[in-house]
Design a protein around this ligand. Structure first.
Ligand code: NAD
Length: 376
């Protein structure tokens, strides 16, 4: 199969969908790889390294010429999409509820697989880009917090006096939250965490942090069969807000990661809660792209409110582009066997559970059950 990799067009996107390691693997398996000049530069991968691994480096037009598949990080721009008729597109497509986008892809004759829809099953773990990227985002969130926080994280007993340890609170303990807890602990903070899924309680304890939650009957049922959180009732949210309000006032660092797939992020930190925090405290809101968990979050901005900094970094994986690209490229490399036949020819395994889960469009039609319009 001839695989194309373009330089990402989204503002602030530093990642790239291949590394010399994955290119070498593809070429070794008999595939052709074409990469746009400069595609890896922001992720510290020079063109020469791709060329040495066996990729053809060229302009965007040359890269797309004859391409059978385009591997990307984010959705290509309109001009590129217009050139992808018959090409298999594999990238993040922000697909949740986005029927219009899926229809546009189908109309353009693009078979599109969304990396966000890799099923959360054991067999697909090595292809799970949401997890590989969320893990790094969780790590980076704490590094950003440490940088914005004008004090130290660990307790330090010095001849000149004692520095108190930072108190860090992680809200939402999925993949990103778990890594945020582990990172804050490594830096020496006293860490507490909350989530609406009961399964999380033990994981929090195993990382040496304390779990805080309203543990009522609704909480006991709050996990879907797919392992995701349900949207909680108004009553639960009110009880949760009361508990959080008293806890958050004592925190120095808050990292919020609470998401419900396909829904706006739950608002967990109100303006009043922010105002209860000490000046100098920091909130890092990983839910910024879907509206934020904090009422005052603005995507891609650091807002300061009464001495509290609220950072809405919308793309934390892009702040560690070398690692996030390496893991993402591996996710794609692990997916490749499901896109070709035994001879290496393009032949997506449309009947495979993983491909079925990811497929938005096929042969000019929208095929994902969540996006097919009723009656269509
Ligand atoms: P996510 O990014 O969808 O959400 C982050 C966290 O926010 C979740 O833990 C969720 O429960 C929590 N949350 C939602 N609403 C909340 C609220 N109102 N208050 C507090 N917390 C709230 O989650 P994720 O990181 O994608 O992980 C989701 C699940 O999938 C987890 O159980 C994870 O372990 C599981 N998972 C399984 C696999 C696999 O088996 N292959 C791979 C990755 C993740």
């Amino acid at each position: 199969m001839r695989i194309a990799i373009l330089k990402e067009r989204h503002a602030g996107e530093t990642r790239v969908a291949a590394t010399p390691e994955t290119v070498k693997k593809f070429v070794g398996a008999g595939h052709e790889v074409a990469i746009e000049k400069g595609a890896g530069v922001a992720a510290a991968i020079p063109d020469d390294a791709f060329a040495e691994a066996g990729a053809k480096i060229g302009t965007a037009a040359a890269t797309l010429k004859g391409a059978e598949a385009l591997f990307g990080v984010r959705t290509p721009d309109e001009a590129t999409l217009a050139k992808l008729k018959g090409v298999l597109l594999v990238c993040h497509l922000e697909p949740h509820g986005n029927t219009a986008k899926a229809e546009a892809l189908a109309k353009a004759g693009i078979d599109a697989l969304a990396m966000e829809f890799v099923p959360r099953i054991t067999r697909a773990q090595a292809m799970d880009a949401l997890s590989s990227q969320a893990n790094l985002a969780g790590y980076r969130s704490v590094i950003e917090a440490a940088q914005l926080y004008g004090r130290a994280f660990p307790m330090m007993m010095t001849a000149a006096g004692t520095v108190a340890p930072a108190k860090a609170f992680v809200m939402g303990v999925g993949v990103a939250g778990l890594q945020a807890i582990a990172t804050a602990r490594r830096l020496g903070a006293i860490v507490t965490a909350t989530d609406v899924r009961p399964a999380v309680k033990e994981q929090v304890a195993s990382l040496g942090a304390k779990f805080i939650a309203v543990e009522d009957e609704e909480f006991k049922q709050a996990e879907t069969a797919g392992g995701y959180a349900k949207e909680m009732s108004k009553e639960y949210q009110a009880k949760q807000a009361e508990l959080i309000a008293s806890h958050i006032a004592k925190q120095d660092v808050v990292v919020t990661t609470a998401l419900i797939p396909g829904r706006p992020a739950p608002k967990l930190v109100s303006k009043a809660m922010v105002e209860s925090m000490k000046p100098g405290s920091v909130i890092i809101d990983l839910a910024a792209p879907t509206g934020g968990n904090c009422e005052l979050t603005r995507a891609d901005e650091v807002v300061e409110h009464k001495g509290v900094k609220i950072a809405g970094f919308a793309n934390l994986p892009a702040r560690l582009a070398a690692d996030s690209s390496a893991l993402y490229a591996k996710n794609l490399a692990n997916l490749l066997p499901l896109l070709v036949d035994d001879d290496g020819k393009k032949a997506p395994h449309w009947d495979d559970e993983v491909i079925q889960g990811m497929a938005l469009t096929k042969d000019g039609a929208v095929v994902h059950p969540s996006l097919v319009k009723e009656g269509a």
